[in-house]
Design a protein around this ligand. Structure first.
Ligand SMILES: NC(=O)c1ccc[n+]([C@@H]2O[C@H](COP(=O)([O-])OP(=O)(O)OC[C@H]3O[C@@H](n4cnc5c(N)ncnc54)[C@H](O)[C@@H]3O)[C@@H](O)[C@H]2O)c1
Length: 332
């Protein structure tokens, strides 16, 4: 039995990981979360209090980290500023948390010789052409487009350097786009679902041809746990579930699942620098560590996600007006 320090455990993917670990193992979890607009304690409701402790704080707080590190066997680092559109409006918090926060954490892990797993994104690789047959692999060169992806790329490189220079016992994973429960309504899929629930037509950036490689958050969690258990120190693993769909197809599926006509959405101005296509080749994770995704049917996963937002309006309603007000400023 291990104790994990899960940073950002009140956010979307972090909270899914906490649920997954507490439900499928006997490990304990300490969540460290600053509770920014994206963090929500309600995402951790109902979890066993004897195996989960919540600590409100900043990953950049070195004194707090020195208190926590001796209590844990591994750090699983999800905390980040994570929304591309926000990073275009105000990049500063992205530099503070994603780069300086990660720096504080790896320094603390080094001081206390604690195993470290760094969660990152496929967006560090930039984008692919729509008609390209290539997918990202562990050796694809970094080419980030936005302040968000560039600060994530910077944090990945810090971790790699700490492995090489200081022998930090670390692994890194770069995952494709996640969907599932507990995702903030500013993000593409929950925004469209909650708009339809509110009787508002979904909004599609540009022509909607941009392709994302979707993975259910539970599959991301099982992959991260596999890497913690069996991953080779110093390695980077790509996590993906072969779920490529363009944004237009995703909106049309949501409308169909929700009983609306497939064309009942509006086009809005595209995001500047919007990446065209992401696609992950997760062969290494599958062949070396024997991991496979369980949610291979994207449509079924989307149906379950729609149902979750239908059933959990008290969870998402308090975020909705503020998220839409931000989009109104950019006409999106
Ligand atoms: N969402 C995706 O599709 C996706 C895909 C691949 C990788 N990732 C990565 O997964 C991680 C989690 O993403 P998410 O979508 O769950 O993000 P999120 O925005 O939903 O959650 C981020 C969490 O981090 C917390 N946080 C932010 N700054 C903090 C700080 N300084 N100290 C402590 N806590 C802080 C927030 O309060 C929030 O709970 C990120 O590192 C992101 O880059 C996300």
């Amino acid at each position: 039995m291990s104790t994990f320090l899960v940073t950002g455990g009140a956010g979307f993917i972090g909270s899914n990981f906490v649920h997954y670990v507490l439900e499928s193992t006997d490990h304990r979890v300490i969540v460290l979360d600053k509770l920014t607009y994206a963090g929500n304690r309600a995402s951790l409701k109902g979890l066993p209090v004897n195996r989960m402790t919540f600590m409100h704080g900043d990953i950049a707080d070195a004194d707090l980290l020195d208190e926590l590190m001796p209590q844990v066997d591994a750090v699983v680092h999800y905390a980040a500023e994570s929304h591309n559109d926000n990073s275009l409006n105000d990049p500063r918090p992205f530099v503070d948390t994603n780069i300086l926060g990660t720096y504080a954490l790896i320094e603390a892990a080094r001081r206390h010789d604690v195993r470290f797993h760094h969660i990152s994104t496929d967006e560090v690789y930039g984008d692919l052409e729509l008609d390209d047959t290539e997918r990202f692999t562990e050796t694809t060169p970094y080419n980030p487009s936005s302040p968000y992806s560039s600060t994530k790329a910077g944090s990945d490189l810090l971790v790699r350097a700490w492995v090489r220079s200081f022998g930090l016992r670390a692994t890194i994973s770069n995952c494709s786009n996640n969907y599932g429960p507990y995702q903030h309504v500013e993000k593409f899929i929950p925004r469209q679902i909650t708009n339809v629930l509110d009787g508002v037509r979904p909004r599609l950036y540009g022509e909607g041809l941009n392709v994302r490689d979707w993975i259910h958050a539970n599959d991301h969690s099982s992959a991260v746990l596999t890497i913690l258990e069996r991953g080779r120190l110093g390695e980077t693993y790509l996590i993906g579930a072969d779920g490529e769909h363009n944004n237009k197809a995703v909106i049309e599926s949501i409308l169909e699942i929700m009983g609306e006509s497939a064309g009942a959405y509006d086009h809005v101005v595209d995001r500047p620098g919007h990446d065209l296509r992401y696609a992950i080749d997760s062969t290494t994770l599958r062949t070396e560590l024997g991991w496979f995704p369980q949610y291979s049917d994207f449509h079924a996963g989307l149906e379950a996600t729609v149902q979750w937002y239908r059933d959990n309006e008290p969870w998402w309603r308090p975020q909705k007006a503020a998220a839409e007000a931000k989009y109104q400023l950019t006409g999106q």
